[in-house]
Each structure stands twice: as structure tokens, then as C-alpha cells.
Write a protein that binds this ligand. Structure first.
Ligand SMILES: [Zn+2]
Length: 149
């Protein structure tokens, strides 16, 4: 969906900016492709349109308050790392993806498949990660992905 469409006329040129709400779990690169596509289509529709700024939103930011109180990535990772310290799997996490949705930070952990070959069961890893994140203020759901590379 689309909101906050604003246009300005400068001489014969038209400039516009618009917010486009997308699936909040799209990748940054897919969100970028969507913004490029919106810009191209808008320019095809209006020949005097020479400047388009597209904001990609994960949710309707007209109805959801901004997350001024949630920690940004560096601070959030610091909190997670500190909470996971001495946890059996903390050294094996390959990537952490943060999702700022519904006024919370939802966390995706990416772990190597080899984690599951060790004496730890996946249930043990999952419950430890859930327990860790549940104890942190401002954090929400946890997802854990196991894979190669
Ligand atoms: Zn918006």
C-alpha cells in the first residue's frame, strides 16, 4: 500500500515522494528493487516528473509510533551478545537479523547445521535463545535457522 504521497512543482518540473508499505520480511535488496520499480513507473506515467523519492516502510508508519526507544543495531547486538555470553551456542551464531516491527525487535539467528551434530539438541538451542531474548526489554519473537554457509 501507499501513503504520504507529496508532490511539488518547480517551474515545469514535478518532484514527488511517497511511502510504499511492503512485506516487513522482504530483504533490503528486494525492497530496493521495488523502490526502483515505483520510480520507473511513476516517471512513465508523468512526463514532467523528474525526481521521485520512495520510502520503503515495513509497516504503516502513519499509525505506528516511531521506535525512538528501541536500541539501534549496535546496541541491540551488544545486549544480545552480553546475554548470550557463556551460552553454549553463542560462538556459533553466523548472523543475526533484527526486525523492527510492532514496536519490538524480533530476532532471527542463523546457525550452522553442524550445531545439530553436537551433543546439543535443537530443542536445547531453541529454548536457550528464546529464554535469552525473552528476558530483554523491547525484544519480541525469536526464529532460528540452521543451514550451510
Ligand atoms: Zn511511511
Amino acid at each position: 500500500s501507499v501513503h504520504s504521497l507529496r508532490t511539488r512543482k518547480i517551474g515545469h518540473a514535478i518532484s514527488c515522494d511517497v511511502h510504499v508499505q511492503v512485506d516487513p520480511f522482504l530483504s533490503v535488496s528486494e525492497g530496493h528493487i521495488i523502490s526502483v520499480s515505483v520510480e520507473r513507473v511513476a516517471k512513465e506515467c508523468l512526463e514532467d516528473l523528474n525526481d521521485v523519492t520512495v520510502h520503503i516502510d515495513p509497516e504503516d508508519d502513519e499509525t505506528v509510533a516511531p521506535y525512538a526507544t528501541l536500541p539501534e543495531r549496535a546496541e541491540a547486538l551488544g545486549m544480545l551478545t552480553k546475554a548470550l555470553f557463556n551460552n553454549k551456542c553463542d560462538g556459533e551464531i553466523e548472523r543475526i537479523q533484527l526486525h523492527y516491527i510492532d514496536s519490538r525487535i524480533h530476532v532471527d539467528f542463523y546457525l550452522p547445521l553442524s550445531c545439530l551434530k553436537s551433543d546439543q539438541s535443537s530443542d536445547e538451542i531453541l529454548s536457550k535463545l528464546h529464554e535469552t531474548v525473552d528476558a530483554l526489554e523491547g525484544f519480541g519473537k525469536v526464529k532460528v535457522y540452521f543451514g550451510k554457509g
